[in-house]
Design a protein around this ligand. Structure first.
Ligand code: NDP
Length: 339
């Protein structure tokens, strides 16, 4: 059984250890923490799809030998077809909407993700965005740098967090970590999931619209993919209203981005803080002109130790599968297959 915990020299087999069989071929779709990448390179033959001048040519060449794919880039049905011996797709994130799970399951390929190890970091970022947008921290910074304070202009008052209700769309692992951080600020917490939770004291709302009607700040932290596409549509944004704030740290696809831009431009929605977008790294340029909007470049989990823990877990999943052992964190859809 592979050990869990951070990768250290102690937990990694010596690179000089004799090998019984040839190292397995592994496709890396996006670079991840260098130390984990090094570990993988010691154990396997790594083919880097990211940055390859001709990705299709690389896949044609190495695809027939590849046994594992790891990273955060798209893994499409066509890519899966090009890798007839593929045994595992390991996402280096908790989200796996970039993987064609149906195509993988049809072929009996295990898909894994990295739940749990990033909850605190993402919840910290969510709170940072919430504070930044409500207390207008980024606008205040621009105000000072522009010399407006020195010119005796007054910066407008903002809202006290303790006066607000936070509506969490997706009270899962990360959503709960956000709720627990919001409570000490005095915020009331409400939420919407498909099913109410029995283990929380927060008010449940049966639809995103009902939640938006009941809160001041709507925080999105549901998974991406077809099921949650545009869960936050124009009606939800209108329900939040001119005093309402949207924070999206889930996936760009969860929010109707065109409606969001329109509602922010005409004041139908009060403010927004965004970490994720529909066509990353493209951000709708209309948002750049809006003072009441805070923008981050998809950095929810982007701390050194968190990204390292995520990458380590993904590598462990790959090595376990290649060794014929059960993977550590299969996605729920393939829990049976992963045994
Ligand atoms: P969990 O699976 O623990 O939680 C997801 C929650 O969403 C559950 O409470 C679930 O409840 C709810 N949910 C799922 N589908 C729906 C739906 N159709 N309608 C309403 N609610 C729904 O996931 P995590 O908390 O670990 O992660 C959530 C997501 O956060 C990830 O999938 C990822 O996309 C995003 N993320 C973003 C990051 C960033 O950098 N910005 C970093 C990490 C994650 P129920 O099943 O009852 O509906």
């Amino acid at each position: 059984m592979l050990q869990s915990g951070p990768v250290t020299e102690r937990t990694q087999p010596a690179s000089s250890a004799p090998r019984a069989t040839a190292p397995a071929d592994v496709l890396v779709t996006r670079a991840f923490a260098p130390a984990a990448m090094e570990w993988l390179r010691r154990e396997c033959t790594v083919h880097a799809l990211y940055g390859a001048p001709d990705r299709e040519a690389l896949l044609r060449e190495v695809g027939p030998r590849v046994r594992a794919a790891i990273g955060f880039g798209a893994v499409t049905a066509a890519m899966i077809d090009a890798m007839p011996g593929l045994e595992i797709i390991a996402s280096t994130g908790v989200g796996y909407d970039h993987v064609d799970v149906d195509a993988a399951l049809r072929r009996g390929i295990v898909v894994t993700n990295t739940p749990g190890v990033l909850d605190d970091a993402v919840a910290d970022t969510a709170l940072a965005l919430l504070l930044a947008v409500e207390r207008r921290i980024v606008a205040a910074d621009r105000f000072v740098r522009a010399g407006r304070w020195a010119a005796h202009e007054a910066f407008p008052f903002t809202r006290h967090l303790g006066d607000l209700t936070l509506g969490i769309l997706g009270l899962g692992r990360i959503g709960l970590a956000v709720a627990r951080r919001a409570e000490p600020f005095g915020m009331r917490v409400a939420y919407h999931n498909r099913r109410p939770r029995a283990d929380v004291p927060y008010a449940y709302h049966a639809t995103p619209l009902a939640l938006a009607n009941a809160c001041d700040v709507l925080m999105c932290i549901v998974p991406g993919g077809a099921e949650t596409r545009h869960l936050v549509d124009e009606a939800v944004l209108r329900a939040l209203g001119p005093q309402g704030t949207l924070v999206n740290i889930a996936r760009g696809s969860v929010v109707d981005e065109s409606a969001l831009v329109r509602c922010l431009q005409d004041g139908t929605l009060g403010a927004a803080a965004l970490d994720v977008y529909d066509r990353e790294p493209h951000v709708p340029p209309e948002l750049f002109a809006l003072e009441q909007v805070v923008l981050a470049p998809h950095v929810g989990s982007a701390t050194h130790s968190t990204r390292r823990a995520m990458a380590d877990l993904a590598v462990r999943n790959v090595l376990a599968r290649l060794a014929g052992e059960p993977v550590l964190t299969p996605i729920p859809e393939c829990a049976e297959l992963a045994r």
